[in-house]
Design a protein around this ligand. Structure first.
Ligand code: GLU
Length: 305
């Protein structure tokens, strides 16, 4: 068994020169207030061992990482019928591209770009009795932590400036791919993105995707082992926006990033890992986080490839 403790320390030294590289997301005003010079990392192994480094107890806005939870719930509730509303191809375009959605006539390329996740929010609004409560209880259950919550200030700050997401929702409605009221769907989507976790909680929440020997049952949400495999495949091909190829090349672990600077990733059968560092590259992915994961698979010689 690798000594992840030693490896995390080596990674921390190696990535230190990147501490001030990149810019934090500031198009969501509340995120612009976060100290950008943070770095935290946590590995939760399938045997329950937790190995952490740096600012791993500080909570951050998980943003698009939440799309993995939305997909899990939607796939559990709709099964294969989900794919008539959203595709599963890498987008090769920015996470908030309007042009692509128009070319695809309102069927988002995949569930991990904004348009795809807004469709999932719509699906969940139609399927769940109490979407806001049910969503949060699923996330709390999968992370085994009842203290996890929405950050309503971040959500309303995003709504205030969320012009592109509003345009995406309008275009989805125009093409008949949104059943509920546009404003209600956006409110739900922004709240999902505003969920806060620290690295320890996020790695715990990703563990069920790494550990396919244990049944995936959280509240009423159940996924077969085959469905979990497929979610991991979509993380691998679509989890890093138009940086997904580069991320696969460098890291080689299914994962999902968010503009809050968080990343959740898994090594099947072995561990789930979370990193957080707010400074992003030009594609919207955490600079230190991506490098840390690249070094993790390099130093451990463990990756899915
Ligand atoms: N709430 C963000 C948005 O919709 C999520 C984007 C992301 O993390 O990629 O713009």
């Amino acid at each position: 068994m690798k000594d992840y403790n030693e490896i995390l320390k080596e990674i921390a030294v190696a990535i230190e020169p990147l501490r001030h590289v990149g810019h934090q997301a500031d198009y969501i005003p509340a995120l612009a207030k976060v100290n950008p010079d943070r770095f935290g990392m946590c590995i939760t192994s399938t045997d329950g061992t937790v190995t952490a480094y740096g600012d791993m107890e500080e909570r951050f806005s998980i943003q698009s990482v939440t799309k993995v939870f939305s997909l899990s719930m939607s796939l559990s509730l709709k099964g294969e019928r989900l794919w008539s509303r959203v595709g599963k191809e890498p987008s090769g375009a920015a996470f908030n591209s309007l042009i692509q959605l128009e070319l695809d006539r309102g069927i988002p390329r995949n569930p991990f770009i904004n348009a795809g996740a807004i469709v999932l929010a719509d699906v969940l609004m139609s399927e769940l009795d109490d979407p806001l409560d049910d969503y949060l209880s699923f996330v709390r259950e999968i992370a085994a932590d009842k203290s996890i919550d929405y950050n309503r200030e971040v959500a309303s700050s995003e709504r205030e400036k969320g012009y592109i997401n509003a345009a995406i929702a309008n275009m989805l409605k125009y093409y008949g791919n949104l059943d509920n009221d546009i404003e209600d769907v956006l409110r739900f989507y922004f709240l999902q993105c505003s969920i806060e976790m620290n690295c320890r909680q996020l790695s715990k929440a990703f563990l069920p995707f790494a550990n396919r020997k244990t049944d995936f049952i959280f509240n009423d949400i159940r996924l077969t082992s085959s469905q979990v495999k497929r979610i991991n495949a979509i993380m691998q091909t679509c989890g890093f926006y138009n940086d997904a190829g580069e991320y696969s090349y460098l890291v080689g672990l299914p994962g999902k990033s968010g503009v809050g600077g968080g990343i959740g990733a898994i090594y099947p059968g072995r561990y789930a890992v979370a990193t957080w560092s707010p400074r992003l590259n030009e594609k919207g992915n955490s600079v230190m986080g991506m490098k840390a994961l690249e070094l993790l698979t390099t130093y451990t010689h463990e990756s899915i490839f």
